[in-house]
Design a protein around this ligand. Structure first.
Ligand code: HDD
Length: 712
């Protein structure tokens, strides 16, 4: 926080200063009217044991204000967490867009990003299986630009008119409001089974992409094909990609489920704490560009939001980076009241006729009107553009501007102001796309293929990713009570891949249907063509090798070598990781030299699922196992079976074998050994540089995929 005060402020931060409420330390408690209050713990009453008096304006105001604290939560994406930061382009993008914030590498544009889950209410757990929202508001010099994306590049439906149907299906069942934050129930899968267009995105939902380890470790996508427009009016189709510097990493389902109980705020806390500690999340913005001449060069329609443009076909060009470096001051004022709108665009960026996008362009404004209680929500500090605002809009609920002068165009009384800029120059002008056609309510035939890209995704997955997808389908469909729904979903899967279908069917008590001829491929579903896009596999998104703000547990007990713990903390902490000493109880442990060593946390208050890796340091072998009464044992076993890096030093290697008898240890070579993410060094004194390097690179790689327990 001290750092925050010292850093130079951008235009948005300076604007926030203007709106910050009076500092509580600057004087005594007052009413909303500024009247100083003498006492706030007893209401005004007639006599010591008498009734409360209506004239107690402080009491009435206090209770009324409390009664009115809640506003409607977002109908979707209710649970979220956000942060401020900045975006800077690598170089001028003037060749394909005139957008001012994409011109000058020396200009930083302030941003606010809100990450979210979709299905659950505001109080639901973070680590549910769900799409994650990734919405960015750029406070550009030409007005606010909102890129309201997700961590999947595709969406469940093709036309926004189906959005209420989809959301009603995925939300909890209407009669009992179960399940919270989960898609594993009949209505969602009934919808899926009847709407083949959902299938591609369902493949993403069943993959580990739907349970990210951290908002700092997931991609973001604009999903739709948008349009870049140059200063001379030339248009280029564009898809937006955010790529996290730390790589794309996920939880495994077992961990995700346990996290919901151990820390329902797992992702929110990670984002907050990382920023507080100075480990600022960073993402690279990339674009896929398609010239207008190539609009029909693909075997899918660019306007169909259930399709990606494979990166192997159109490479992603990096154009800039975004860093999130400030937490909000107040969750409600900022993260809850931020209002995104897909139609908030700036000169140089425009829409396409994607029917999903067109519907969104109506829905987001409409939803803010009800959620934020009227049309003046752009005046709420978090939403205010840093560009000047001069409109003829007036009045309405919660008007906070004191407008002067007349409010119509044209006028002669205020000198014709605000002036009309006219076409060209700084004004936004809509891209002059030629459109003509009959009014019809009909899906374009070019949107018809629902299977090829579902299969492309499946074909692009590594072995472990496929196993996790099969397990996810089995879990979700196994929760569906209606057998005919299970059967219909499996019949749909038969259009994607025969192996996938058989594996899912076998787990949910459904007969494997005959292989479908879907996608034009006889016998094996659309996957038989075996087209693959390596860019889709998380295996190929390792990140920059950094372990910034990764959480590493060191299990300690009496007799531990305190100097070794200090060296571990220095070495891994030097890489940006958080290293915590966990002991059976809080306070201190007695180190081998007889001194007290502080403990960071008591083992029973935490769990392996909250850490990325664990180390068993040198110390009396077995002491930890007996002293921790099972907490250490469970910690190490969970870490091991979840494929996390496990390190052991000196006699800690013996403790590891005692706690997890299933562990495979390499033969003692007298130095550092690495076997499937288990890094050991039986010599005393360490950690050596070699151990440090091997352990840090295992943490950066996130997980060893070959552990038998992870293979299902
Ligand atoms: Fe949406 C919120 C992303 C389709 C209607 N959506 C919302 C948020 C994100 C997305 C990230 C949360 C914004 C925030 O943090 O405040 N939505 C998407 C993506 C879509 C998509 C990537 C498909 C490509 N959405 C979509 C459709 C409709 C909506 C088709 C309606 C026709 N979405 C909404 C909404 C929400 C919303 C009801 C709820 C709260 C809000 O807008 O501000 O208007």
């Amino acid at each position: 926080m001290a750092d925050e005060q010292n850093r130079p402020k951008d235009a948005k931060q300076r604007q926030r200063d203007e709106h910050r409420a009076a500092d509580p330390e600057s004087g005594p408690l007052t009413t909303d009217q500024g009247v100083v209050v003498d006492h706030t713990d007893d209401s005004l009453q007639a006599g010591e044991r008498g009734p409360t008096l209506l004239e107690d304006f402080h009491f009435r105001e206090k209770i009324t204000r409390f009664d009115h604290e809640r506003i409607p939560e977002r109908v979707v994406h209710a649970r979220g967490a956000g942060a401020y930061g900045y975006f800077e382009p690598y170089e001028s993008c003037s060749r394909f867009t005139r957008a001012a914030f994409l011109q000058d590498p020396s200009v930083r544009t302030p941003v606010f990003v809100r990450f979210s889950t979709v299905q659950g209410p505001r109080g639901s757990a973070d680590t549910v299986r769900d799409v994650r929202g990734f919405a960015t508001k750029f406070f550009t010099s030409e007005g606010n630009y909102d890129l309201v994306g997700n961590n999947f590049p595709v969406f469940f439906i093709q036309d926004g008119i189906k959005f209420p149907d989809f959301v009603h299906a995925v939300k909890p069942e209407p009669h009992n409001e179960i399940p919270t934050g989960a898609s594993a129930h009949d209505t969602l899968w009934d919808f899926v089974s009847l709407q083949p267009e959902t299938l591609h995105t369902i493949m993403w939902l069943m993959s580990d992409r739907a349970i990210p380890r951290s908002f700092r470790m997931m991609q973001g996508f604009g999903v739709h094909t948008f349009r870049f427009v140059t200063a001379d009016g030339h248009g280029t189709f564009v898809k937006f990609h955010w790529k996290p510097k730390l790589g794309v990493h996920s939880l495994v389902w077992d961990e995700a489920q346990e996290c919901m109980g151990r820390d329902p705020d797992f992702n929110r806390r990670d984002l907050w704490d990382a920023i507080e500690s100075g480990a600022y999340p960073e993402y690279e913005l990339g674009v896929q560009l398609v010239s207008e001449e190539d609009e029909f060069a693909f075997d899918f329609d660019l306007l169909d939001a259930t399709k990606i443009i494979p990166e192997e076909q159109v490479p992603v060009q990096p154009i800039g980076r975004m860093v999130l470096d400030r937490n909000p001051d107040n969750f409600f004022a900022e993260t809850e009241q931020i209002a995104f709108h897909t139609a908030n665009i700036v000169p140089g960026i425009d829409f396409t006729n994607d029917p999903l996008l067109q519907a969104r362009n109506f829905s987001y404004l409409d939803t803010q009107l009800i959620r934020l209680g009227g049309p003046n929500f752009a005046q709420i500090p978090v939403n205010r553009p840093v560009a000047p605002v001069r409109t003829n809009h007036r009045d309405g609920f919660h008007q906070s501007a004191i407008h002067r002068g007349v409010s119509y165009t044209e006028n002669s009384l205020t000198g014709g102001c605000p002036a009309i800029a006219g076409a060209g120059g700084e004004a936004f002008s809509h891209y002059a796309e030629r459109v003509d056609g009959a009014k019809i309510r009909k899906r374009s035939p070019s949107f018809e293929d629902h299977y090829s890209q579902a299969a492309l995704f499946w074909n692009s997955m590594s072995g472990w990713e496929r196993e996790h997808i099969v397990q996810a389908f089995r879990f979700e469909l196994g929760k569906v009570a209606t057998m005919s729904v299970r059967e219909r979903v499996v019949a749909e899967l038969a259009n994607v891949d025969a192996e996938l279908t058989a594996a899912v069917a076998a787990g949910i008590g459904v007969a494997t249907p005959p292989a479908a001829a879907g996608g034009g491929a006889a016998g094996g579903g659309a996957s038989s063509g075996r087209a693959a896009s390596p860019a889709l596999s998380q295996e190929n998104l390792p990140g920059d090798g950094s372990i910034r703000f990764r959480q590493i547990a060191v299990l300690v007990t009496d007799g531990v070598d305190a100097d070794q713990i200090g060296r571990l903390k220095a070495a891994l902490g030097g890489d940006g990781a958080v290293v915590e000493a966990l002991a059976p109880q809080d306070g201190t442990v007695t180190a081998s030299d007889g001194g007290d060593m502080p403990v960071d946390r008591a083992l029973p208050t935490v769990a392996s699922v909250l850490y990325d890796a664990v180390i068993l340091p040198d110390g009396p072998a077995g002491a930890l196992a007996s002293a921790a009464e099972g907490a250490a044992l469970r910690f190490v076993r969970d870490a091991y079976r979840h494929g996390k890096p496990v390190g052991a030093l000196g006699s800690g290697v013996g403790t590891l074998a005692e706690l997890e008898p299933g562990v495979r240890l390499a033969a003692d070579s007298g130095g550092v050994e690495v076997d499937r993410g288990v890094i050991t060094d039986r010599s005393t004194g360490g950690p050596s540089q070699e151990f440090h390097r091997a352990f840090a690179s295992a943490v950066a790689a996130h997980r060893d995929r070959s552990r038998p327990s992870l293979r299902g």
